[in-house]
Design a protein around this ligand. Structure first.
Ligand SMILES: Nc1ncnc2c1ncn2[C@@H]1O[C@H](COP(=O)(O)OP(=O)(O)OP(=O)(O)O)[C@@H](O)[C@H]1O
Length: 612
């Protein structure tokens, strides 16, 4: 079952964030310019106290009204310049950062498509979804604000402190006194916040998974009256998330209190000391005003450090989570190790036929195939162990076996949805691991027991199984073969949109469309996992008749549960105990193999009962 994978070993926030560089590189000029603009804007704000000092010590002391008005005009212009520069910064970063987010999302999606099925078996879909949505949004916000403002605020604080020290170094030192304790608090905060942020983001993923499952499984939930238990599960998860968010808020409140209180105390102390100095005539009133205005102007840059660090930490966690997926190895072109021989070209249909008419290498062969699921417990028995099977060129082989005997697993190995653990599979004599995956998947078409359709038109869904050049003619033929002519009666015919996962269609309709998709590309090899399971007996008979024509022209492996499906095949293979224990015609096996006879008799009785 898909779960939440364990997070990778923690690394420093800076090291995690540095991994964003390839995405930030193309927009570095804009981001750099925006940062410079923000620094200039922020430092413009620091000039205001100096103008105040000039007004107090100059025009105010001299009772020069014209000078006061001039000073006010300077202040107004400085204020406008500061606001305009901050506006320019925002304009500079908005578009490029939306581009960075889009590029990262596109890369994530592309990578997800290329990751092996084993990866998707392991990962919960909500965890992947939350990485592509919430985490990327956190990253964009980090690049827009904390990245710039941690720099801007540091420069502003430095310049402000220098200005204050230049005004009066004793008062300046009083204001600097809280710097060390504030730094220690920030360090402690970062360490704790990183753990809580990771927990919260993983819990968002779990919650997303639950919501997604509930939406997709709404029929089951309603059908079994499970909405109460689902709601309880949701409430528990969202309570846990709420607890984690509250823990985050407590940490934020702590750092905010420390970052606000300590500098305020220092400003208070400086105010008292400064007033005494002014009273003693050691300091001009204008200098004290400038000093305190500068200190007050630095309040925001200092106070905002708390949430800027929090946002940076969340972004570091989001980066880690993003790269946990991006670092997973995708399916390679051939699946061979890097030093393996170059991909072998796939024999053409005609060549395969002429070369292999009487060859032992023709068709589909499983040679001593062993398979264990990658996430199976170490030491557990492999699902398949020593499977030898030869489906001759043009032959249809039915695969029969008890529940859980590994039939679906075996069929998934042919298009390399999973890789064999040992042994090999060949198509017309060519090892499938030596073929480019893309080519392999054009040679082999599959239809699974659970037919998955996409939110697209009926025609588009079917034509997914064919080359891009396929059109109306191929579509009609495939629909006819799969007895899926019902689509012509749909409101917009083959353009009719099927709902998410095709849930607006009946099970049998979906299965027929999946079958049409499997045959539309006239594949050389067909792998069908019990393709008729959801059809009523009458439709099944019609589909069977059509399938018989398709199967005559291909080499096919068909998982069969019912005798009626078995009868479509030339021969039958019995899968038992992880290997093929018998191969023969249906009637031969019925006579000679007790297990097969038992499997078929049970099903005959069941199907007869069902028919009655
Ligand atoms: N992704 C997976 N990870 C681990 N084990 C798996 C996975 N998928 C299937 N299995 C296990 O592999 C075994 C074979 O499953 P498989 O689905 O191939 O059987 P089957 O013969 O097709 O069964 P059925 O007739 O019920 O469809 C089962 O024991 C199953 O639990």
């Amino acid at each position: 079952m898909a779960t939440t994978p364990a997070p990778t070993a923690p690394r420093s926030a800076v090291r995690s964030l540095l991994r964003l560089w390839p995405y930030v590189r193309p927009v570095r000029a804009r981001l750099g310019t925006a940062a410079v603009v923000a620094v200039v804007a922020s430092c413009t704000g620091l000039v205001i106290p100096l103008v105040l000092k000039w007004i107090v010590d100059g025009p105010v002391a001299d009772r020069d009204t014209g000078g006061v008005w001039l000073g006010a005009l300077y202040l107004l212009l400085l204020g406008i310049a500061e606001a305009a520069l901050f506006g320019l910064r925002r304009w500079l970063v908005a578009r490029p950062l939306a581009g960075v987010e889009a590029a990262m999302r596109a890369d994530l999606y592309r990578h997800l498509q290329r990751l092996p099925v084993a990866f998707h078996d392991r990962w919960a879909s909500g965890q992947l979804l939350s990485r592509g949505t919430t985490d990327l949004m956190l990253l964009r916000m980090f690049l827009a604000f904390p990245l710039t403002f941690l720099l801007v605020n540091s420069v502003t604080i430095l310049v402000g402190v220098l200005i204050m020290l230049a005004q009066d170094w004793t008062l300046g030192l009083v204001l600097l006194a809280p710097a060390l304790p504030v730094m220690v608090v920030c360090w402690l905060f970062e360490k704790r916040y990183s753990q809580v942020a990771r927990r919260a983001q993983d819990q968002v993923g779990d919650l997303t998974t639950l919501v997604e499952e509930s939406v997709l499984g709404i029929r089951i939930i309603k059908g079994f009256g499970r909405h109460r238990s689902q709601a309880l599960a949701f409430r528990d998860l969202s309570r846990t998330l709420r607890g984690t968010e509250l823990a985050k808020a407590r940490l934020l409140a702590g750092i905010f209190a420390a970052i606000t209180t300590l500098p305020e105390l220092a400003i208070g102390a400086a105010l008292v000391l400064g007033t005494v100095q002014v009273a003693d005539g050691d300091l001009s009133a204008g200098t004290l005003v400038a000093f305190l205005s500068t200190a007050l102007a630095l309040r925001w840059p200092v106070e905002s450090i708390g949430f800027l660090l929090a946002m940076s930490q969340e972004a570091a966690t989001a980066t880690e989570r993003y790269f946990e997926v991006m670092d997973a190895a995708p399916e390679s072109g051939t699946g061979q190790p890097a030093d393996a021989a170059a991909p072998v070209p796939v024999p053409t249909r005609a060549r395969a036929r002429s070369q292999n008419r009487s060859s032992d290498h023709d068709g589909l062969r499983f040679e001593n195939v062993r398979f264990r699921y990658p996430d199976a417990e170490a030491g557990s028995v492999p699902v398949l162990d020593g499977v030898d099977l030869h489906v001759r060129h043009g032959e249809t082989m039915a695969l029969v076996g008890g529940t859980g005997s590994g039939k679906t697993t075996l069929t998934a190995l042919v298009p390399r949805l999973h890789e064999v653990t040992a042994g090999r599979i060949t198509l017309d004599g060519v090892d499938i691991t030596a073929m480019p995956r893309q080519e392999l998947r054009t040679l082999v078409a599959v239809a699974f027991e659970e037919p998955t359709l996409f939110s697209a038109g009926v025609g588009e869904n079917v034509l997914m199984g064919a080359a891009d050049t396929a059109g109306e003619a191929e579509l009609r033929r495939a629909l006819a073969v799969a007895q899926a002519d019902f689509v012509h009666a749909l409101p917009q015919g083959t353009d009719t949109q099927v709902g998410e996962q095709g849930l607006s269609l009946s099970g049998g309709q979906r299965q027929r469309l999946a079958l049409a998709r499997a045959v539309v590309g006239t594949p050389r090899f067909l792998v069908l996992d019990d393709p008729l399971s959801a059809l009523d007996v009458h439709t099944e008979a019609l589909v069977e008749a059509a399938l018989r024509r398709v199967l005559a022209g291909t080499t096919a492996l068909v998982v069969a549960h019912r005798p009626s499906t078995v009868l479509l095949a030339d021969r039958v293979a019995l899968l038992s105990g992880g290997r093929v224990t018998a191969v023969g015609t249906h009637h031969e096996l019925l006579r000679t193999n007790a297990e097969y006879a038992w499997l078929m008799s049970g099903r005959t009785e069941t199907s007869e009962r069902e028919t009655r």
